[in-house]
Design a protein around this ligand. Structure first.
Ligand code: UD1
Length: 418
C-alpha cells in the first residue's frame, strides 16, 4: 500500500496553479446524461472523477478523456442505456447518486444503489428522495437500491427543503430541469459548485435562476445538442494550499482562481494574522510571523466550509491561545484529531466543537488518513512538523487532490510517495 513521506520544516515558495473543482465536475458529469455532445474543460484528473466516468460509461455514454488537456468529451447519442447505478460504483463515491435526477428526467426510471454511510457520518439521501417525490417520482427502497419511476415524466413543484443539502439541491435541479411546468426550490444550498452546474444547464437550454436561497426553474422541452463548458476552480484545493502557505510559506502565488468566491476564507485567514494580497484572479500569501487564535463554525456557503475544517485546525495549532471550531454539517468529522494529537497538537473535543490550545510544536509521526480532507490536514501538519511524517492510506487523497506531491514539490516541499 502506498504511503506519503514528508520531511517537514522546509519553507515553501513559488506558484501553485489551482485545478478545476471536483465537486462542480461531478454533478455536471451526471447532467451530461441529459445532453448529446458535451466538451468539459478544466477537469481535475482525480479518482472520484474517474469513478463517475466509469458509472456514465456503464449507463451507456461514450466518454473520451484528453488527459494532457484536462478535457472530457461526452457523446450520448447511444440509444441503448442502462438506467442503473450499481453498488460497486456508488459505494466508493457517494456522488453516484446524482445520476438519479437526470435518469428520471430523461428515461423516466432509475435504479440506484443506496450509497451507505462513510467515515464522516451516516450521510442519508432522504432529502434527495423527498425532492424527487415532490416532483412526482414514485420511489421505493428494495434490496439496498432506490427504485424510482416517473411514468408520465416529472412535474414542476414548490419544494421547501427542511435542511440545506448540496447533493439534494443538485438532484432536485436535475430533476426539475426538464419537468413539466415551473419549480421553486426553497432553502437551497447555493455553493459556487451549484452555480456552476446551473451555468452548465443554462447553456444546455435550461431556464434556471438563483434568488437568495431560492432556485427558480422553468421546465423546458428542447435541449441543445452540443455544449462546451469550463469548470470553475476548486475553492477547497485553493483553501488547503492557502493554509499550507500560512503555515510555512515564504511567498506563494495562487493563480487560475476567482478571489470573490472565497472572500470569507480570505477574511478568516487575515483575522488569523496571515499576510494576503488579493487580486481578482490571483492571491499571494507571504510569511506570517504570528498566527492569532480564532473561533469558527462550519456552515453552508457562504459560511466557512466543512471541507476546510480539518485544514484550518492545523493552522489553529500554531496560534497562541485557545481557538475553537464547531462542526455544524457532519456528525463525525473529527477523525483527524487523534492523529494530530499524536503529532503533538493540543486538541479537545466537546460536543461538536474542537478546542485547540496553541501554539504547539508539531513533530513528525506515522499517521493514518481516514477521509479526503482529514488526509490532507495530515499532509499540512507534516509540512510544518519537525522530522519525518509518514501518512498511510493515502488513496483518500487521490480521490480529490490533483498532482498534490508535484504541486508541493514545485514549492520546495520534501514530499514523496513510497
Ligand atoms: C457535498 C460535498 C462535500 C461537502 C458537503 C457539505 C460533493 C460531491 N460533496 O456533499 O464535499 O462536505 O457537500 O458542504 O459536492 N443530509 C441529510 N439528508 C440528505 C442529504 C444530506 O440529512 O438527503 C445531511 C448530511 O448528512 C449532512 C448535511 O445534510 O449532515 C449536508 O450534506 P450535503 O450538503 O448533502 O453533502 P453532500 O452533497 O453529500
Amino acid at each position: 500500500m502506498q504511503k506519503l513521506l514528508i520531511k517537514g520544516k522546509k519553507e515553501l515558495f513559488g506558484k501553485i496553479s489551482i485545478s478545476g473543482s471536483k465537486n462542480a465536475t461531478l454533478p455536471i458529469l451526471a447532467a451530461t446524461i441529459l445532453s448529446e455532445k458535451v466538451k468539459l474543460k478544466n477537469i481535475p484528473l482525480v479518482k472520484d472523477i474517474f469513478t463517475m466516468v466509469e458509472l456514465l460509461k456503464f449507463i451507456g455514454l461514450k466518454i473520451n478523456i484528453l488527459k494532457k488537456k484536462n478535457i472530457i468529451e461526452i457523446n450520448h447519442t447511444n440509444k441503448m442505456v442502462k438506467t442503473l447505478a450499481p453498488y460497486k460504483l456508488v459505494k466508493t463515491m457517494r456522488a453516484g447518486v446524482l445520476v438519479l435526477g437526470p435518469l428520471l428526467t430523461k428515461y423516466k426510471k432509475a435504479k440506484i444503489s443506496l450509497p451507505g454511510g462513510c467515515a464522516i457520518g451516516t450521510r442519508p439521501v432522504n432529502l434527495h428522495l423527498f425532492a424527487l417525490k415532490k416532483l412526482g417520482a414514485k420511489i421505493k427502497i428494495k434490496n439496498g437500491y432506490i427504485i424510482a419511476e416517473a411514468k408520465n415524466g416529472l412535474k414542476g413543484a414548490n419544494i421547501f427543503f427542511p435542511s440545506i443539502s448540496v447533493g439534494a439541491t443538485e438532484n432536485a435541479i436535475l430533476g426539475a430541469f426538464n419537468a413539466n411546468g415551473k419549480t421553486i426550490l426553497n432553502n437551497c444550498a447555493i455553493e459556487p459548485e451549484i452555480k456552476d452546474l446551473i451555468k452548465f444547464l443554462n447553456k444546455l437550454g435550461g431556464k434556471i435562476k438563483i434568488v437568495g436561497r431560492k432556485i427558480l426553474i422553468t421546465g423546458l422541452k428542447k435541449i441543445k445538442k452540443s455544449v462546451e463548458h469550463e469548470v470553475i476552480f476548486d475553492r477547497i484545493e485553493l483553501g488547503t494550499y492557502m493554509v499550507a502557505a500560512a503555515l510555512i510559506g515564504k511567498k506563494i502565488i495562487f493563480s487560475k482562481i476567482d478571489s470573490k468566491i472565497i472572500h470569507n476564507e480570505i477574511n478568516v485567514l487575515k483575522k488569523m494574522g496571515v499576510k494576503i494580497k488579493t487580486k481578482s484572479s490571483s492571491i499571494e500569501i507571504s510569511k506570517s510571523n504570528r498566527i492569532k487564535k480564532i473561533n469558527l463554525s462550519t456552515n453552508p456557503y457562504p459560511g466557512f466550509p466543512t471541507d476546510l475544517q480539518a485544514q484550518i485546525m492545523v493552522l489553529m495549532t500554531r496560534a497562541k491561545g485557545v481557538s475553537k471550531i464547531k462542526e455544524s454539517i457532519f456528525e463525525n468529522r473529527f477523525m483527524h484529531v487523534p492523529e494530530l494529537k499524536r503529532m503533538g497538537a493540543n486538541i479537545e473535543i466537546k460536543n461538536k466543537t474542537a478546542i485547540v490550545t496553541g501554539p504547539s510544536n508539531l513533530t513528525g509521526a506515522e499517521v493514518m488518513a481516514t477521509d479526503l480532507r482529514a488526509s490532507v490536514s495530515l499532509v499540512l501538519a507534516g509540512l510544518v512538523a519537525d522530522n519525518r511524517t509518514i501518512i498511510n492510506r493515502i488513496y483518500h487523497l487521490d480521490r480529490g487532490y490533483e498532482l498534490l506531491e508535484k504541486k508541493l514539490k514545485n514549492c520546495n516541499a520534501r514530499i514523496k510517495r513510497i
